[in-house]
Design a binder for this molecule. Structure first.
Ligand SMILES: [Zn+2]
Ligand SMILES: [Zn+2]
Length: 104
C-alpha cells in the first residue's frame, strides 16, 4: 500500500500529481465512495465528501442504488421505508381482523 487515494484524488490525479498526506480515507454516506480528509465536505456535519451530490445523484441514481443528493433526503428515504413497512404490517392486521368478523 502506498498512499490512500479517494475518488476525488483519483479524478484529479490526471491533471495534478501530488502525494496524499491525508493517510486514511472514509466512506461517504451519500455516494458510498471513499474520500480523504483533504476532500471532506465542508458544510455537511456528517461523513460526506466534497462533491456535488445533487449532480452526482442526478447522473447516477438510475444506475446505482443507495446514493442520496443530501443528508435530508437520505433521512426521508429511510423514513418512507419505515412508514411503508409499518403500513404493510397494519394493513395485514386489519385484513385479518375483518376476516375474523366475517367468519362470525
Ligand atoms: Zn482526496
Ligand atoms: Zn460523496
Amino acid at each position: 500500500m502506498g498512499y490512500d487515494k479517494c475518488h476525488v484524488c483519483e479524478s484529479m490525479s490526471e491533471n495534478m500529481k501530488r502525494p496524499n498526506g491525508g493517510g486514511y480515507v472514509l466512506t461517504c454516506c451519500l455516494c458510498n465512495r471513499e474520500y480523504c480528509q483533504t476532500h471532506k465536505g465542508n458544510h455537511e456535519p456528517d461523513d460526506v465528501c466534497e462533491i456535488n451530490h445533487k449532480t452526482y445523484y442526478r447522473n447516477h441514481v438510475a444506475r446505482i442504488k443507495g446514493i442520496f443528493p443530501t443528508l435530508e433526503s437520505k433521512e426521508e428515504a429511510m423514513e418512507l421505508d419505515r412508514e411503508k413497512n409499518s403500513k404493510v404490517q397494519n394493513r395485514s392486521q386489519y385484513i385479518n381482523g375483518e376476516d375474523g368478523q366475517k367468519g362470525c
